[in-house]
Design a protein around this ligand. Structure first.
Ligand SMILES: C[S@@+](CC[C@H](N)C(=O)[O-])C[C@H]1O[C@@H](n2cnc3c(N)ncnc32)[C@H](O)[C@@H]1O
Length: 485
């Protein structure tokens, strides 16, 4: 059954998945946050944390309890010929494996992929944790699998490809491989060739090719006849090496960690996975036109990869901010038009839902809706939730465009997820505006008390500084454009 794709659903994947029919997607990749009760922070903050053993054990059990019904839903929507990838690390990987064996069946387990994501870890008390684990499962049927070949390592070539002959210039060096296989054969491959009886070699062997083919190979200079009369060997040349199939240890995909935000791919979120990782998974386990689903899609790496590789996709994330970030990314990196090439559904953009989302998400929503930039908590927000850089402002002192922190012209944004911001809230904001010497600032709340509005007037008359009070309804009704001008 064909289902609608190129959709980002905002919400808990448990609920969102219940909208999808059974056996409807070809490939699922998930990379859920370890500590599920801190979903929101995890998108932005440090995903992995060290904990005392009992504490960790309790949270691992809670994590598995949280993930189990979601994985059951994922298994339900996956086609029998589909593949399921679960990305995790040492915190819970062993528990996850047991859970997935129970859901998909032990026989459906296909791989434990070790992704070496960092090269060094300065852990002096033990061996550094440098890898993540990605489990691959099938779902009852024969899954799509496209083999990827990677070049043979140089050390392998240096070790085996050591012989040179008259073909070295065109074919490269060669190694001398066995041209016989174990076991006796009665047919052509068991016959005597150039005086060699394969049944007399070892415990009895046979030729890998029938004698007529061996003649041809000899003519082409592809068979080595040892001068001491030993068993002929097959000459395998460097230029015939197709490559070695990618195995379950991935050391050739660098992580984005340590890359600055200016690195082309990095959006600056610590949990963002590299596109190369998702490209490998999606190419291996799906074909163009098939459907890829990511139930915890963060900043949308799987969606961008699927889009670039000509697959259809569905993304789900509980964080409205993550949904907006990935929509922007699909527009910027894939040239898609929101509303035409893809849609974002179920964003909590209604007053009643905005009242219920966590304060952190509410701040993000308000700042982004005003076209502002979030103040990063780690920089120290000094009471300001975000900043607006007006379009006419330009970076000072030869700074490159984009280095906004160095710009002088900016307006602070203060956000309070309150029914009514009162006079004390305004007083605090006024103090910030004086301290930062700002001419204009924006205050967002669900409503403002009469006292608060009077104080805003008074502040203007006294200090000639403007505070623009914005209610959530103002923003939702897009009266905002007029007020901001
Ligand atoms: C580790 S991040 C995924 C990063 C992603 N692989 C990428 O490369 O950008 C995990 C995401 O799961 C989301 N999440 C947490 N709980 C969720 C739930 N119940 N349903 C859907 N998404 C959830 C978080 O908001 C976060 O964005």
């Amino acid at each position: 059954m064909e289902i609608p794709t190129q959709i980002i659903y905002c919400g808990d994947c448990l609920q969102q998945l219940s909208k999808l029919p059974d056996s409807s997607v070809d490939l699922i990749y998930i990379d859920p946050p370890f500590n599920s009760n801190r979903n929101y922070e995890v998108f932005w903050g440090e995903a992995k944390e060290k904990r005392a053993f009992e504490d960790r054990h309790a949270s691992t059990a809670a994590y598995i309890d949280f993930m189990r019904p979601r994985c059951v839903q994922l298994a339900r929507v996956l086609k029998p010929t589909g593949s399921f990838y679960y990305h995790c690390d040492w915190h819970a990987s062993h528990y996850v494996k047991v859970m997935l064996d129970q859901i998909f069946g032990e026989n459906s387990f296909q791989n434990e992929i070790i992704w070496k994501r960092i090269t060094a870890h300065s852990d002096t008390h033990g061996f550094g944790h440098v890898h993540d684990v990605v489990f691959r499962y099938s779902n009852g049927g024969k899954p799509t699998f496209n083999v990827e070949l990677k070049p043979y390592p140089q050390e392998y070539k240096d070790r085996y490809f050591i012989f040179e002959d008259e073909y070295v210039k065109t074919r490269g060096k060669h190694w001398r491989a066995d041209i016989t296989g174990a076991g006796l054969r009665n047919g052509e491959t068991g016959k005597i060739w150039r005086g060699f009886d394969p049944s007399q070699i070892g415990h009895g062997r046979h030729w890998m090719q029938p004698p007529a083919e061996l003649d041809k190979l000899l003519e082409e200079g592809r068979i080595y006849l040892p001068p001491d009369g030993g068993v002929p060997k097959w000459k395998r040349y460097e230029n015939e090496l197709k490559g070695v199939p990618v195995d379950s240890i991935w050391v050739d995909v660098p992580s984005l960690a340590g890359l600055s935000k200016s690195a082309k791919e990095s959006l600056g979120y610590p949990t963002q996975k590299p596109l190369a990782l998702l490209n490998r998974i999606i190419k291996a386990s799906s074909n163009p036109g098939q459907i890829v689903l990511d139930g915890f899609c963060g900043c949308g790496t799987a969606l961008v990869s699927a889009q670039n590789l000509g697959r259809k996709w569905i993304g789900i994330d509980i964080s409205p901010t993550a949904c907006r970030v990935m929509a922007k990314r699909l527009v910027k990196d894939c040239g898609l038009i929101e509303g035409k090439n893809f849609v974002v559904r179920d964003l909590p953009w209604s007053e009643s839902r905005l009242r219920k989302i966590p304060p952190f998400e509410f701040e993000n929503w308000a700042v982004i809706a005003l076209g502002g930039i979030k103040n990063k908590a780690q920089v120290g927000d000094m009471g300001i939730d975000g900043r607006i850089y007006p379009a006419h402002a330009t970076p000072k002192g030869g700074k490159k465009a984009g280095e906004l922190d160095f710009m002088d012209t900016w307006y602070p944004i203060q956000v309070k997820q309150k029914d009514k911001a009162g006079r004390p809230d305004i007083d605090t904001f006024e103090a910030i505006m004086m301290r930062e010497n700002r001419a204009k600032g924006f205050f967002v709340s669900f409503d403002f008390s009469h006292d608060a509005l009077t104080e805003i007037d008074r502040f203007f008359r006294r200090e000639h500084r403007v505070i623009v009070p914005l209610t959530v309804r103002d923003i939702l009704e897009e009266e905002i454009a007029a007020k901001l001008s």
